[in-house]
Design a protein around this ligand. Sequence first.
Ligand SMILES: *Cc1c(COP(=O)(O)O)cnc(C)c1O
Length: 460
Amino acid sequence: MEEKKIPYKIYLSEDEMPKAWYNVRADMTNKPAPLLDGKTMQPITAEELGKVFCEELVQQELDDTTAWFEIPEEIRNFYKMYRPSPLVRAYCLEEKLQTPAHIYYKFEGNNTSGSHKLNSAIAQAYYAKRQGLKGVTTETGAGQWGTALSMACAYLGLDCNVYMVRCSYEQKPFRREVMRTYGAHVTPSPSDTTAVGRKILEQFPGTSGSLGCAISEAVEAATSKEGYRYVLGSVLSQVLLHQTIIGLETQTALRKYDIKPDMIIGCAGGGSNVGGLFAPFAGEMLRGEANYQLIAVEPVSCPSLSRGVYRYDYCDTGAICPLQKMYTLGNGFIPAASHSGGLRYHGMSSIVSQLYDDGLIEARSVAQTDVFAAAQEFAKCEGILPAPESSHAIRVAMDEAIKCRETGEAKTIVFGLTGTGYFDMMAYGKHNDGAMTDYVPTDEELQRGFDSIPKFPGNE
Ligand SMILES: *Cc1c(COP(=O)(O)O)cnc(C)c1O
């Protein structure tokens, strides 16, 4: 059979874009464990969750049997501004690596927010709007999520309140200003606008803030104001659901050219992009239709899957969100200060965690010096300056392609390129100065994180 010539970029037409998100939980025999109410330790009810999150999103969060959720037309129209995203054949990288492997990447950085996060931001903002809410609140660290949410809220005319960790607010003014340009209210956290913020400021005057503290403020702001709800950019199953647009488009693009991937690789922070990329392929595996090697890549300095434990833990340091069963390093785990390569989250999506526990997904951890070396090599030949987070996947894709050079195997490798790195030039600067270091946490340090996991019967 004659091989079809594969273009550098495989684009889909608008008609070929997915019309529904895929809920992989429907095909899982072992479902992720239910979220627990932190007060009663019982599975959380839709009513309780609805006090914090939008109604429709609560339904999506709790539903583990409906396989397909139709994407509302208004969201599909928004997607059309920057999607379908291209699946790129990395011919130049293959040439540079002198590998017989075929490498493809799904590029999600083609929008102003610079990452895949917009895929879920628009969905969450849409459901808030449809519920008749005035606005949403959230937290942001470096600012990727806050930027995506600001864009989505601006489009829909929804008020957007972002609590930004104070040190990032001061040291990373660029994303802050993108958010403000899109009309978001950005408050450095801790602030005197919430009771929890005032309490923290009283206890620790001059503190530079933390993500846990910003979450606490965002949740308080949402629950104490009429017409507001809280939204989150990763970890939750609803976010992973929205991100399946990545995997579904990838699957369609591959099928168009009869390409059968051997391995699919993605970077894992809270697990939303990697889960969304893997989901349709994991679905094929769960239904016994195909087999793939699915590899989730994380930093050695924050190895939730590869060195974490599978327990119920809080999604946030402030212990405000419900308890989720997941691979975790403990809500009190803080990655080393020398870590600037992103993906700093202590836990992992419950769906990704369960698939990993069941052996459908593998995990690899990589050192940030190797990650930035891969990022630079990739940037030089593929013309995209990748986000440090995405570069974890690039590293492993390159390693696998190099293995193919050694064994002579022509494997087909697909990886997720989640975003661009224009706002990460401080980290690139460290790499360029040769000042970047690696840190592997000791077992004792990990133990201190594990000690912060709540203890109750069945969770030891
Ligand atoms: C936030 C982010 C990630 C990690 O988040 P997940 O929820 O694990 O997908 C990866 N890449 C980029 C560019 C990001 O902004």
